[in-house]
Design a protein around this ligand. Structure first.
Ligand SMILES: *[C@@H]1O[C@H](CO)[C@@H](O)[C@H](O)[C@H]1NC(C)=O
Ligand SMILES: *[C@@H]1O[C@H](CO)[C@@H](O)[C@H](O)[C@H]1NC(C)=O
Ligand SMILES: *[C@@H]1O[C@H](CO)[C@@H](O)[C@H](O)[C@H]1NC(C)=O
Ligand SMILES: *[C@@H]1O[C@H](CO)[C@@H](O)[C@H](O)[C@H]1NC(C)=O
Ligand SMILES: *[C@@H]1O[C@H](CO)[C@@H](O)[C@H](O)[C@H]1NC(C)=O
Ligand SMILES: *[C@@H]1O[C@H](CO)[C@@H](O)[C@H](O)[C@H]1NC(C)=O
Ligand SMILES: *[C@@H]1O[C@H](CO)[C@@H](O)[C@H](O)[C@H]1NC(C)=O
Ligand SMILES: *[C@@H]1O[C@H](CO)[C@@H](O)[C@H](O)[C@H]1NC(C)=O
Ligand SMILES: [Cu+2]
Length: 803
């Protein structure tokens, strides 16, 4: 963890930066367009003026205007995050009209009560569906507010629902939470970063400044451009410390680009006891000391043996910086390929609602859990009520304590506000639509904008969705195919060193995919021989320690209604006698499957087993096709991984959801999320204990079902993870595939397909009939050359068909 997100102080600077960026991007777009339009390769300013026709320009700019969305509706749709005016109403209620005794974000928070976060709390599903499907009343909008109560004898955390919005009149405890949550479970706060960092910085500089100068060639204070800094922390859970206390490791780094690749082998463990800080342990160069004084004692007596290090030279050659290296590959002076919408966008995004050909859905960014989509429909059929990220974890291993005990649960850093700053032309295509989100955290007087938190765009994958080529008349000559385009809703969270892309992808055939990719910086550790059992040495001073990335998702499928069944098709071998053989008693073995209806939650908790291949199907018992097949959706997962810690050790219970690759439970309003922002410290007595969702072993036949999916990847960092981990090979995904749901590929209705056939059936010499459903537009200006192919076909059928 490190101090993430934007604070209001830096917001203005960021805004200016963003505006500058936008201007650059818009200019780049215009230039790109001009190049595309212009046949000549030159892009002189004269060409720019002469070719940017007024018509194209105004279209272009009309589109630009919608491209960056941060507006809010007056009457927010049901899944829409809290609006600014709702937040104002909540604040008015909280600060003025109730007896909660809350101080404001800018007040002195020591031993006071204050708001940590607030976000939308969805009405229960029954009420929402009654509104969406049955013309019921729109349920009142609710907010969930998390309050740190520091003004009571035993400080605690309260979670309350404030209602109704936008002008609340009452509050009550959140139903699925204890009324009082232990204070030391709290997520990382401003205090952990600001006050504690100031404390350890002052202490180390005062007591050990001479030592850091000798050992690391740098100091923490009065250090100009060559500073050491405490910027990164890891929680120390009671299961590892043995004490139910707020303990956190603070790591020391050279403050250069990028500091997390420039650690020194020094850390300390800080206890925060009701606001009183104490340093419990100091680690330096392979040794543990009980205090800074203990370390200095050894240092002053010359009893420490270490190799001193020097401050990195911070120039563009420093290995940990992201400046382009020399020797650009041939042709990289030319621009990347780009895509555009030749006839205009085929999707709309309004009030966080997307319509895209046969698809529709809503999306939001939960402050605690991150991106969520709702009411996902294909051709009017609701497939999922909700699909959402629940938790991201990274569990490290190492010899030094700061690395060894680094087991992160990122909701403790607030996943939602960590999503921002998607950059057009890199993180998403230039022509994507960018949507901001707003969050309230402990430091916000008013909602803080997380700029470009989402992007939405349609993408041509460059692969066919389907194709078949029957060249010869022997097989009856024809060709048919269709490009695979996809609508992508993307967000990227930066949580300290790592960046996580999360995509929801919608295909024209009713298939959808949720994909996550970790990228960003590895969490480097200072080199020592002892680290070699956990890490490769990656550079002169650092190693990259082994760690496990895990992601947990909730998928509330409603296939053909709320009442669903979960069935696996268990694939195995099948042997029967073979009367076609001349041998006696001959047998023949092949594969088959058996239906396995999962009746209880325990039976539905799934451990991946290579020896027992399975299909995972969800359907409504009374929805069948005319052949009696259940109209189902199939869950496919690419990214199951083995969590290797034994049950119950260390922070394993905080990811008890990773014990199952998938689990299917009955939908409950009290089981909304599989993890919580307390998971970093509450291991012994978790606020959300995922295994308890399953252990009541309820029946799940013809019930409203929720599927929980764990995906992840073991990461052994290698030198090519420097400076930044690339996305290639890191993607993990799960997909929902229609399975006997439609009578045929629903994308057969698309007019984006291409069919070629002889004018007279099976007589190629009669010429080739090209069916492109009016799509053979002249896009020659855009230098798309494949029209030549169709021109050639006019004169030479043998390019595609032979007698
Ligand atoms: C903040 O409040 C605490 C407790 O009421 C008090 O001891 C402290 O001096 C205050 N700090 C400031 C800066 O006012
Ligand atoms: C804050 O409260 C804690 C106990 O909850 C107490 O130990 C501490 O002295 C208080 N601090 C101040 C500044 O009042
Ligand atoms: C949903 O909320 C309504 C009140 O708004 C309540 O009557 C109903 O019992 C709730 N249903 C569930 C399943 O919690
Ligand atoms: C640090 O070194 C300076 C110069 O050698 C010395 O004057 C000072 O007392 C030292 N400080 C500590 C805390 O040892
Ligand atoms: C210092 O560096 C040398 C050479 O790399 C190495 O052999 C020695 O073990 C190091 N000493 C310590 C205390 O790390
Ligand atoms: C074929 O299967 C039968 C029944 O399982 C078995 O008795 C028989 O030995 C098998 N035949 C051969 C040639 O293995
Ligand atoms: C979580 O719940 C399960 C099942 O109810 C229980 O056996 C287990 O002890 C709980 N875990 C913890 C850490 O409390
Ligand atoms: C769950 O319930 C089923 C059906 O009653 C039973 O067969 C199974 O043993 C139970 N599992 C557990 C772990 O209690
Ligand atoms: Cu990693």
């Amino acid at each position: 963890m490190a101090k993430g997100g934007l604070k209001s102080s830096s917001l203005n600077r960021y805004l200016i930066l963003l505006i500058v960026l936008l201007v650059i991007v818009i200019l780049a777009l215009i230039t790109a367009l001009v190049v595309v339009i212009n046949k000549s390769e030159e892009t002189s300013s004269q060409n720019m003026q002469s070719t940017a026709s007024p018509q194209l320009n105004s279209q272009q700019f009309a589109r630009e205007k919608q491209i960056f969305q941060n507006n809010e509706p007056n009457d927010p749709p049901i899944f829409f995050d809290l609006t600014k005016s709702e937040v104002k109403g909540i604040q008015k209620y909280l600060y003025e009209e109730s007896d909660l005794r809350l101080v404001r974000p800018t007040d002195n928070k020591t031993n006071a009560s204050y708001v940590f976060t607030m976000e939308l709390y969805l009405p229960n599903k029954t009420d929402v569906l009654n509104f969406l499907d049955d013309n019921g009343a729109k349920p009142a909008r609710l907010a969930k507010v998390i309050i740190f109560r520091g003004d009571v004898e035993n400080p605690e955390i309260n979670e309350i629902i404030v209602e109704p919005l936008p002008n609340p009149t009452s509050h009550r405890p959140v139903p699925d939470r204890p009324e009082s949550i232990r204070y030391f479970y709290r997520p990382m706060t401003d205090q952990d970063y600001d006050l504690a960092v100031k404390y350890v910085t002052d202490e180390v500089d005062m007591k050990a400044g001479n030592f850091t100068q000798t050992a690391f060639g740098a100091r923490l204070k009065d250090c100009g451009d060559t500073c050491l800094a405490f910027r990164y922390v890891s929680s120390f859970s009671p299961t590892s410390s043995g004490e139910e206390k707020r303990k956190i490791w603070y790591w020391l780094h050279y403050f250069v680009e990028y500091y997390l690749l420039n650690p020194v082998d020094f850390s300390l463990m800080l206890t925060n006891d009701g606001g009183k800080f104490s340093i419990d342990t100091v680690w330096f160069s392979g040794q543990k000391y009980d205090s800074l004084e203990g370390l200095m004692d050894q240092f002053n007596q010359d009893k420490l043996s270490f190799n001193s290090s020097t401050f990195p030279t911070e120039d563009s050659h420093l290995f940990s910086t992201l400046h382009r290296r020399d020797k650009a590959p041939h042709h990289s002076e030319r621009r990347d390929p780009v895509q555009f919408y030749p006839d205009g966008q085929r999707y709309t995004v309004k009030d966080r609602h997307i319509e895209y050909m046969d698809w529709s859905l809503d999306f939001r960014l939960s402050t605690g859990h991150g991106p969520q989509i709702y009411d996902v429909k294909f051709r009017g059929n609701r497939i999922a009520y909700e699909i959402g990220l629940q938790e991201i974890s990274v569990y490290y291993s190492g010899n030094s304590p700061q690395q060894k005990f680094s087991d992160y649960l990122d909701s403790g850093e607030l996943i939602g506000p960590s999503a921002q700053g998607l950059i057009p032309g890199v993180d998403c295509p230039e022509l994507a639509t960018f949507v901001s989100a707003f969050h309230i955290t402990e430091s916000s007087l008013e909602p803080e904008e997380t700029i470009n938190a989402f992007c939405v765009f349609e993408w041509n994958t460059g692969e066919p969705l389907r194709r078949h080529y029957s060249k010869t008349t022997f097989e009856s000559a024809f060709y048919e195919g269709m490009q695979k385009t996809v609508l992508i809703l993307r967000t990227a969270m930066t949580i300290a060193n790592y960046d996580y892309l999360v995509d929801f992808r919608f295909f024209p055939n009713g298939f959808m995919e949720t994909k996550t990719i970790p990228t960003g910086f590895i969490l480097a550790n200072a080199f020592s021989e002892e680290e070699r059992q956990f890490a490769f040495q990656l550079h002169d001073q650092i190693v990259g320690n082994y760690h496990l990335h895990l992601f947990h998702f909730k998928v509330d499928l409603d296939v053909g209604g709320r009442s669903n069944r979960y069935e696996t098709l268990d694939i195995s071998s099948y042997t029967e006698s073979n009367p076609y053989s001349t041998e006696n008693n001959a047998n023949y073995t092949q594969g088959h499957w058996t239906h396995h209806l999962r009746e209880t939650e325990s039976e539905a908790a799934y451990h991946f087993n290579f020896d027992r291949p399975k299909y995972h199907l969800f359907y409504s018992q009374n929805k069948k096709d005319k052949y009696g097949n259940h109209k189902a959706y199939r869950l496919l997962v690419h990214g199951f991984t083995k969590q290797i810690l034994p049950l119950g050790v260390n922070k394993e219970p905080s990811v008890s959801w990773a014990r199952y690759q998938t689990a299917v439970t009955r939908h409950k309003e009290t089981e909304r999320h599989s993890s919580s922002m307390y998971a970093m410290f509450d291991t012994l007595d978790p606020i959300v204990n995922f295994t308890s969702f399953i252990s009541d072993n309820e029946t799940i036949v013809d019930e409203d079902l929720v599927t929980w999916i764990s995906i992840g990847t073991h990461h052994i960092p290698h030198t090519e993870d420097l400076p930044v981990v690339t996305t290639t090979g890191m993607g993990l995904s799960f997909s929902l595939q229609p399975f006997n749901f439609f009578p045929e590929d629903p994308a057969m209705t698309s007019s984006n397909a291409v069919r070629l056939a002889p004018n007279t059936k099976n007589v190629p010499s009669s010429g080739v009939k090209v069916s492109r459903h009016g799509k053979l537009v002249n896009i020659d200006k855009c230098r798309i050359t494949n029209n030549d192919f169709y021109e050639m076909l006019k004169n030479d059928y043998s390019i595609v068909f032979t007698e």
